[in-house]
Write a protein that binds this ligand. Structure first.
Ligand code: PLP
Length: 402
């Protein structure tokens, strides 16, 4: 390849989204007629609740919604998000602090574009959501991982966070309920991170996209409510995808101090202009409507959670702690490595290879821990139909044990 044909270092240093890669391979196999069970994507299988769809259907008939909206989002939606924050998180924000984004993902991307200079470091509690380090790198930043295993409910200790701090530390990510582990962090952990961030002048980026998906009495601790003093250095990220079964509608948001929010709006002005107008109308209904449909979906997820955790732990060599949030089970499968398993009695050195064979031979899609900075684990999303879940687990057990 000639020099001029080489793409930028920036893009060449970014890894593709592993979760989307597993999901698209599973979908391609399905399209080719192979019956694959997909535990890969974090995508609720429920339809979007009817009142939200009705709001969109009404909006699409109204020509006023065929126009651009303000870059920062429809004023009614920014207000509704501020109201929802008071309702759910228990503290007041001004609508001028709210920026509507194309999914939570754009809010993640923008956070680092706005905050980081070349070489600035971001502390990422690990296992982490696969897009965080890549979004940091795309902004010229350096991801610094701090690992916590199942023995700590995957919650980082302040000692480990402090040991990772340098003069270049600019921000830390908090994600509870957590993807990929399903852990809901204890209030003490969240509070300690806020206090540490205040003491050391570090921005906090709190990704609260799974806020309503809690089980076994676990509760989401909102860092901005737990330690109000952190709000002047806090970016809250959220979206409708997971809570309201709206992954394809692409609406998320950022709540930040006004100057940060203005910067996000400036960036969007050159990047995406605004989020789809109809989707914003639907999102108004989602965030201001009743949470009853959400609680119904949560009850269904809860049943699946119990089924999948029992099924995983019933497989030889698989150890799955019980998650209390989101819709992921994160299973330790280190006991399956380096010994012959699967249809062809192959020996796998790592979970990437194991997951690839499980998909090719066993027709079960799961995401390898490598995608989350946690080799040795497999992530299973249980946001799929009950029957598929049971069949997928049966296949996996047979593939491993027979
Ligand atoms: N944050 C976390 C932790 C996620 O798991 C996801 C989706 O998988 C997102 C943000 C982004 O979601 P979306 O862009 O679909 O709103």
């Amino acid at each position: 390849m000639a020099d001029w044909q080489t793409l930028s270092d920036r893009i060449n240093h970014v890894a593709p989204s592993a979760t989307l890669a597993v999901d698209s391979k599973a979908k391609a196999m399905k399209a080719a007629g192979i019956d694959v069970i997909g535990f890969g994507a974090g995508e609720p299988n429920f339809p979007t609740p009817a009142p939200i769809v009705a709001a969109a259907a009404a909006a699409v008939q109204d020509p006023k919604n065929y126009r651009y909206t303000p870059t920062a989002g429809l004023p009614e939606l920014r207000q509704a998000i501020a109201d929802k924050t008071l309702r759910d998180s228990g503290y007041e924000v001004d609508p001028s602090q709210v920026i509507v984004t194309n999914g939570g993902k754009q809010a993640v991307y923008e956070s680092f574009q706005i905050l980081l200079n070349e070489g600035d470091e971001v502390i990422i509690p690990t296992p982490y959501w696969t897009s965080y380090p890549e979004a940091v790198k795309l902004a010229g930043g350096v991801p610094v991982t701090v690992f916590a295993g199942a023995d700590r409910n995957f919650e980082p200790s302040i000692e480990a966070i402090e040991a990772a701090r340098t003069e270049h530390t600019k921000a830390i990510i908090v994600n509870t309920p957590n993807n990929p582990t399903g852990a809901v962090w204890k209030p003490e952990t969240v509070k300690a991170i806020a206090q540490w961030a205040i003491e050391h002048h570090v921005w906090v980026i709190s990704d609260e996209i799974y806020e309503h998906l809690n089980y076994d009495g676990a509760k989401t601790t909102y860092i901005g409510a737990a330690v109000p003093e952190v709000r002047s250095q806090l970016l809250v990220l959220n979206g409708v995808a997971k809570t309201y079964a709206m992954p394809g509608w692409r609406v998320g948001w950022m709540i930040a101090p006004v100057d940060v929010a203005k910067a996000a709006s400036k960036l969007q002005g050159h990047m995406t202009s605004n989020v789809n107008n109809i989707s914003q109308r639907a999102a108004i209904e989602a965030v201001s409507g009743s949470l009853d449909a959400v609680y119904e979906m949560r009850a269904a997820f809860d049943k699946r959670r119990q089924t999948i955790v029992a099924a995983l732990n019933d497989i030889e060599g698989v150890n799955c702690p019980t998650p209390t949030g989101a819709f992921y089970a994160f299973a330790d499968v280190t006991a399956l490595l380096n010994k012959p398993i699967g249809t062809n009695k192959t020996t796998f050195a790592n979970t990437s290879e194991l997951a690839a064979a499980l998909l090719d031979e066993g027709h079960v899609a799961a995401v390898p821990g490598e995608a989350f900075g946690a080799p040795g684990y497999l992530r299973f999303s249980y946001a799929l139909a009950d029957d598929d879940l049971v069949e997928g687990m049966r296949r996996m057990k047979r593939w491993i044990e027979d």
